[in-house]
Design a protein. Structure first.
Length: 234
């Protein structure tokens, strides 16, 4: 049976009300990456970083998975082959939409990481993070959100690379193709002989690396694509 690897970005969660990073109104229009999404920024001003992530965590309490998240979970449950979801997103909307074994290559917002001992533990969206929040294992503080910052290595890369070289179809949904290594996944899949599809509102920076594209809002294009795939194996 065929194996499908799906990479998602902020665009799949946009219609749930979570902002994207780039483009009109993007997160990086109002906040400097170097201030809030780098280890240096956290060392320089941990309060600014904690405030930024508390703001983002607060938004995650109110949002719901949209039809695109639900469609991918349906695909995982109904497709005869393996469907692997790799996400750059730090939200939990894939899981709340019913998806399983989601690979979070940039970490998640409902977990914390201790810079001193490397311990990580769950921290529900309802709980705020502050400078006094200490590691339960070594008591170091402040602790940081368990998200991958610029200049750091994404998580699960060996596992992801193995999926890419063994898949028959690679699909990227709602990602601008501007951040590596994720933006290079399509080439790895293509070189391994996989078919490649981009689903986005507009062409991404790596559109030319894809064999084909479906343009439109994910809440409409993803369910339609899943239905067609399950009906006709397109
Ligand atoms: N449906 C489909 N695609 C959409 C929608 C939508 N409703 N809305 C926006 N998009 C697309 C945009 O066209 C764009 O290509 O989603 C993409 C969002 O791009 P980015 O904001 O750059 O988000 P992403 O690609 O996930 O960023 C990658 O960069 O800042 C880091 O760690 C951060 O994981 C993030 C990484």
């Amino acid at each position: 049976m065929d194996k499908i690897v799906i990479l998602t970005g902020a665009g799949i969660s946009a219609e749930s009300g979570l902002g994207t990073f780039r483009g009109a109104g993007g997160l990086w229009e109002n906040q400097r990456i170097e201030d809030v999404a780098t280890p240096e920024g956290f060392a320089r001003d941990p309060q600014m970083v904690i405030d930024f992530y508390n703001m983002r965590r607060g938004k995650h309490r109110e949002v719901q998975p949209n039809a695109a998240h639900l469609a991918l979970a349906h695909l995982q449950a109904s497709y005869p082959g393996e469907v692997v979801i790799v996400t750059q997103n730090v939200d939990r909307l894939h899981e709340r939409g019913g998806a399983s074994a989601v690979i979070h290559m940039h970490g998640v917002l409902d977990a914390l990481l201790c810079n001193a001992c490397g311990h990580r533990w769950g921290w529900p969206f309802e709980r705020r993070l502050d400078l006094a929040t200490a590691c339960p294992r070594c008591a170091d503080a402040p602790t940081r959100p368990d998200v991958v910052w610029f200049g750091e290595m994404p998580y699960h890369m060996e596992e992801i690379e193995a999926h890419l070289t063994g898949c028959d179809l690679f699909v990227a949904i709602g990602t601008s193709g501007q951040v590596y290594p994720a933006a290079g996944f399509v080439r790895a899949a293509d070189q391994a002989g996989a078919d490649t599809l981009e689903i986005n509102l507009e062409a991404s920076a790596v559109r030319s690396d894809f064999a084909r594209a479906i343009i439109g809002p994910a809440s409409q294009t993803v369910p339609a694509w899943v239905d067609a795939l399950l009906r006709h194996r397109v």
